[in-house]
Design a protein around this ligand. Structure first.
Ligand code: FAD
Length: 242
C-alpha cells in the first residue's frame, strides 16, 4: 500500500498565471490519497463503493493506522487504475511521425519516473528540432536516445518498482547504498539502511525547527517573494545554459 499527499506550494491559478498564462489547468485542491496494489482480478461490479469495500476487506488484518486511512476515505472517490508496461520497440521508419512520453514508453508509476521521462523527451526533441539538424535527422537522433533511456526506465520500473527504497539498489556502489540511475547517469540514488529508515520519523521535526529558526521575523509575503525570486534565478540559470 502507498499513501501520497499533494499540497501545492503556490495555488494552481497563481502558478499558471505566472509560468504558463496561455494554459488552462484544472485547479485541483490539495488531497491525501491511498493506493492498494493487487495482482488478482477486481470485483465484478467494480463500482467505487464496491472497490472501497474490497480494499477495506483486504486490509482488515493490517495495522490500525492503515485500516483507519482506508476505512475513513471517501468511498465514492475510489477508482481502479490498471498498470501496464510498454514492450521495447525499435526506431521506426516514418519520416515525420514520432512519439513522446507514455505513448511510447508507458511504465509502472511506482518509481515516479513517467512524467519526468516524458518531459525529458519533450526537452530533447525540442533541442534537436531547433538545432542545425534537418527534421529527419533530429527525429532519428531523438528516437535513438529516447528509446535507450525510456526503455531502461521501463525495465527499472518493472524490475524494481519501488527501487528508491529497495534493497535491490545496493549492487555496484562502494558502500552498498548508492548507485547511478540507469536512465540518467547524472543522478545517484542513495538507499536507506534499516537504521536510516528508523530515523526517518525524526527528520521532519528537525526540518520544521530549522525552517522556523531560519524564517523567524520574515512575513509570509516576504517568503513568497523570496521563493519566486529563487525560482526565477533557477530558470535564468537553466536558460543561460542552453
Ligand atoms: C496512478 C499513477 C500515478 C503516477 N505517478 C507518477 C509520479 O508520481 N511521478 C511521475 O513522474 N509519473 C507518474 N505517473 C506517470 C505519469 O502520469 C505519466 O508518465 C505522464 O502523465 C505521461 O505524460 P504524457 O504527456 O506522455 O501522457 P498523458 O499525461 O497521458 O497525456 C496524454 C494526453 O492526451 C490526451 N489524449 C488522448 N487521446 C487523445 C485524442 N485522441 N485526442 C486528443 N487528446 C487525447 C489525454 O486525455 C491526455 O491528456 C503516474 C501514473 C499513474 C497512472
Amino acid at each position: 500500500m502507498a499513501v501520497a499527499t499533494c499540497r501545492p506550494l503556490t495555488p494552481v491559478p497563481e502558478a499558471v498565471a505566472e509560468h504558463a498564462p496561455d494554459l488552462a489547468l484544472t485547479d485541483i485542491p490539495g488531497y491525501f490519497s491511498w493506493t492498494l496494489t493487487t495482482t488478482g482480478p477486481l470485483p465484478d461490479a467494480a463500482s467505487p463503493e464496491r472497490l472501497h469495500e474490497y480494499a477495506v476487506t483486504a486490509v482488515q488484518d493490517w495495522a490500525k493506522p492503515v485500516r483507519d486511512i482506508i476505512g475513513g476515505a471517501d468511498a465514492a472517490m475510489t477508482f481502479p487504475v490498471t498498470i501496464t508496461s510498454a514492450r521495447p520497440v525499435d526506431p521506426w521508419d516514418d519520416p515525420v511521425v514520432t512519439l513522446l512520453g507514455d505513448a511510447v514508453h508507458t511504465m509502472s508509476p511506482g518509481r515516479g519516473d513517467g512524467a519526468g521521462i516524458a518531459l525529458r523527451d519533450a526537452h530533447l526533441l525540442g533541442d534537436l528540432l531547433t538545432s542545425d539538424l534537418t527534421v529527419a535527422e533530429a527525429k532519428t537522433a531523438y528516437e535513438h536516445q529516447m528509446l535507450d533511456y525510456g526503455f531502461a526506465a521501463v525495465e527499472a520500473s518493472r524490475n524494481r518498482p519501488f527501487g528508491f527504497f529497495g534493497k535491490s539498489a545496493r549492487p555496484g556502489s562502494p558502500d552498498g547504498r548508492a548507485r547511478r540511475r540507469p536512465d540518467d547517469r547524472r543522478s545517484v540514488v542513495v538507499t536507506l539502511t534499516d537504521e536510516g529508515r528508523m530515523l526517518l520519523p525524526k527528520i521532519p521535526p528537525v526540518f520544521g525547527q530549522t525552517a522556523a529558526l531560519l524564517t523567524a521575523g520574515i512575513s509570509p509575503d516576504e517568503l513568497q517573494t523570496t521563493h519566486r525570486a529563487l525560482l526565477r534565478m533557477r530558470e535564468n540559470l537553466a536558460s543561460g545554459r542552453r
